[in-house]
Design a protein around this ligand. Sequence first.
Ligand SMILES: [Zn+2]
Length: 347
Amino acid sequence: MLKSVLFTLLCCMSLSAQAVVILQYHHVAEDTPKVTSVTPAQLSQQMAYLHDNDFKVIPLSEVVESIKQGKALPPKTVAITFDDGYKSIAENAQPILSQYGFPYTIFISVEPIERHFHSIMDWQTLNRLVEGGAELANHSWGHEHLIRVLDGETEEQWLARIEKNLLSTEAAIKKQTGQNHKMLAYPYGEYNVKLEALLQKHGFVGFGQQSGAAGPYSSLTALPRFPVAGAYANFSSLKVKINSLNMPVLEMSPLNTQLAMGEWRPEMKVKLDMSDINASEVTCYILGQAVKPTWISADEFSVQADKDLPAGRSRYNCTARSKSKGQYYWYSQAWVRTKDDGSWIKE
Ligand SMILES: [Zn+2]
């Protein structure tokens, strides 16, 4: 008994200090869609902030290894990621990042490269960035909605198709660049329990697009990232995110992000390590509204939408101020659902 109490104390005193904030970018340009872009001036401001405030920017593969091995991450650790491999990364982001010596990871899909899409970097450019210290990782073959079962496809056929998709993407990246990190950023941030199990089977880790600080309490197949673009690039709120902590989630349910037909108001239950959190400080946000959680016990709460989540992707976000540090613990749960007739929204 004493041993387990001691373990809990030691475990959580050290773990609560650990968090890594993973930033997710797409375009760095003036003339690309605002909702997925920051300007070069914004990126410069953000990188200067990290540098001037002694944040440690480390490669994403190192973040994964530390979490996997339960190794301590230094406080104020950040990782930088770009999705899709747009040319503006080589043209505008790389010069800013190299000024500070910051490493970064680009999640790429193979098909747009092979088909020479106008806005996408070619293998030669990607290899040049790798020589400068960039990491390349998996963003699926053709940027598919990976959880969508096609018409006439059985679930087994779907899973086999996705398995082949992810493994051939990984093999192509390795062949063209020598990079092989087994890190997948889910296109559109969409995943479900079966896809997560597939990643686990192959030793892959998965990154979503739900916000939150990553760390020892995160699932390795649903690692959070803070999207930085459009309204989410607002500098003062971004600073709060960059300083956020890994919410000490001990248990949560339901585990499947993909909602069952008709169950469009998931009741999320979360059990926390409360050693650095006051229950009254926990606030959740659902469909743009602040929601006070219902406490089931001293360390477990539930929250639920009071209307149906819309077809497509939604999130429940929960934050809590740290008692000792004044920063915010930040946790987000992704949900995804079909339309009422079982079909998916077009995008
Ligand atoms: Zn993408």
